[in-house]
Every structure is written in structure tokens, then in C-alpha cells.
Ligand binder design. Structure first.
Ligand SMILES: [Cu+2]
Ligand SMILES: [Zn+2]
Length: 261
């Protein structure tokens, strides 16, 4: 009965062409078969504004050639609506999945470098702990946890050589200073060593920690003014006064770790 009604009505065809903007995404991520866009033409019954036919044209470029895929959805108004809706949902879902996959790919391309090692007691101390360097997006973050210290302020630096063999830690050399700057507070206008991390404090139980980030370091890169590998971390008994040359008068070296991969 309903089909009959549709046939006798004077139908005016209205075509809508929907350019789905998000489809440009496909162009950027598919390989040889490139989908340029989709066009959806909708034929409507003028009187009660219901859908009777929908035509989906998908255009592809394969090299120089442009190809079309035509899909016609026909049926009772309810059927066309339902099919078109589910088709739109499917397209949206596919786009979402593609965008997600692209995002995941980018994420996995981002490399995070990490080195982690133990700090060992020196100069007759009990100071030990863990040091971790993480490089991400051109920035290196140092996280150090030190236990067995005397309560109060302690200096921590990057020293020249990954050699903790001597009992006093002096085998690690002086402060790492690839730019031949004076010793100082990190960021100081008058200059500072690339190893001048500074000070941190240990609580009354002798535990301390420090987190420090900079883009002036790297883990294993070519630039020797930035590369931490082959250097050492030294924790001192005393505080770095951030001015005394050549190393801030921080006293004995109580813990040492070689920065190796
Ligand atoms: Cu030092
Ligand atoms: Zn220094």
C-alpha cells in the first residue's frame, strides 16, 4: 500500500551532495589506492520528507586514473534511513580507527631513552641509592633517590668520567665541563658546568631525592657537550656554595655511579 502511494505521488528529486570533510584524512594515509572523497546523493519524497533512495559515490585515484564506486541504497523510507545511518556510522568508525592507528603509530615512533643504575657508597659513607635518566622529546630528566646520608643539604653533580673505582670517588674526575665554563648555579649568567645540578636535602632519616630536567643533556647522542654517557654522578657530603671554584666546596664524595648504557 505504501509503495503504491510513493509511485503515484509527484516526486521531486532533491539531491544533496555531502562532501565529508574528514575523508581528506584518507588521502593522507592510504597508499596506492587513494580515496579522494565520498558523495552521497539523497532522493527524497517531497511530501513527507522521507528518504526513498540514497546513492553513495566513492571516488578513488589510482595513480593518474580516477575511479568511482557506486553504491545504491533503496527500499522503503524506513529501510533507506536505517541503512544510510548505519553506513554513516560505519564510515565514521573507520575514520576514527584510522585516525587512532595513525596516532598510535606516531606515539610508537617517539623514542624514549632510559638508563638506570645504582649509587655506591664512597669515602667511608653509607650513602647509596638509585639514579635514572630519561630522555624524551629532546629533554633529559634525572631522578635520583639517595639513602644513608647525613641529614641536611648535599651537592650532586655530573662528574667527568664513569670511573668510581677509587675509595674517595676522585677517579671520576672533576665536574663535567665540556663548555669550559666556570662552576656555578645551573642557569647562571656568569656560567655553570653542564654537570652543576646543584643541591638537594636529606631528611632526618638520611633519605633524599632530586628530580632535575634539562634540554642541555642527551643520552648517547653525537653532541659531546650534551652526552651524559661515560660520565658519573657524584653525591657530596656537603653543600655546593654555587660559587667556589672549581667545584663549589662541597666536601667529600660520599656516593658514586658511572653513567653507562
Ligand atoms: Cu661534585
Ligand atoms: Zn661545577
Amino acid at each position: 500500500m505504501f509503495t503504491f502511494n510513493l509511485n503515484i505521488l509527484v516526486m521531486k528529486k532533491i539531491y544533496f551532495v555531502l562532501y565529508l570533510l574528514f575523508l581528506t584524512l584518507i588521502v593522507s594515509c592510504s597508499n596506492s589506492k587513494k580515496e579522494t572523497h565520498k558523495e552521497i546523493s539523497i532522493e527524497k519524497n517531497k511530501i513527507n520528507d522521507t528518504l526513498v533512495k540514497a546513492t553513495i559515490v566513492t571516488k578513488y585515484t589510482t595513480g593518474e586514473k580516477v575511479k568511482e564506486e557506486v553504491q545504491v541504497i533503496q527500499g522503503t523510507p524506513g529501510e533507506v534511513n536505517a541503512k544510510l545511518d548505519s553506513y554513516k556510522k560505519q564510515v565514521l568508525q573507520e575514520q576514527g580507527e584510522k585516525a587512532h592507528a595513525l596516532h598510535q603509530e606516531k606515539q610508537s615512533q617517539k623514542t624514549i631513552k632510559k638508563v638506570k643504575f645504582n649509587l655506591n657508597p664512597k669515602s667511608g659513607s653509607t650513602a647509596n641509592g638509585m639514579v635514572m635518566f630519561t630522555e624524551e622529546d629532546g629533554k633529559v630528566t634525572l631522578e635520583a633517590q639517595i639513602n644513608g646520608l647525613t641529614p641536611g643539604t648535599h651537592a650532586i653533580h655530573v662528574h667527568h668520567k664513569a670511573d668510581c673505582s677509587s675509595d674517595d670517588g676522585k677517579s671520576s674526575g672533576g665536574h663535567w665541563n665540556p663548555t669550559f665554563a666556570p662552576h656555578g648555579a645551573w642557569g647562571s649568567e656568569t656560567g655553570y658546568h653542564r654537570g652543576d645540578i646543584g643541591n638537594f636535602s636529606a631528611d632526618e632519616t638520611g633519605n633524599g631525592m632530586i628530580i632535575f630536567s634539562t634540554d642541555l643533556w642527551c643520552i648517547g647522542c653525537e653532541d659531546e657537550t650534551k652526552n651524559l654517557i661515560g660520565k658519573a654522578i657524584i653525591v657530596h657530603q656537603g653543600e655546593d656554595d654555587l660559587s667556589s671554584q672549581p667545584s663549589g666546596a662541597a666536601g667529600a664524595r660520599v656516593s658514586c655511579a658511572g653513567i653507562i648504557q
